[in-house]
Ligand binder design. Sequence first.
Ligand SMILES: [Zn+2]
Length: 70
Amino acid sequence: MFIIFGTRYRTVRDNEAAPLTTRCAHCQQIVQLEPVKTRNYFALFFVPLIPLGQGTPAYRCPNCKTKFAR
Ligand SMILES: [Zn+2]
């Protein structure tokens, strides 16, 4: 049996920050940008288990999924 482990990036919703309604610079739609955090996880069998580090805060456009630095 093989044990497969590594790291995976995961984008999770940041509930501590407020959404931002603006025009998306990528798809040009007026959207409510979601506050998210991109975090590196220790993963076992491709399942993210343990968060590594604090994560990078960002906004994500719900329309085109583009992420913007926050
Ligand atoms: Zn967009």
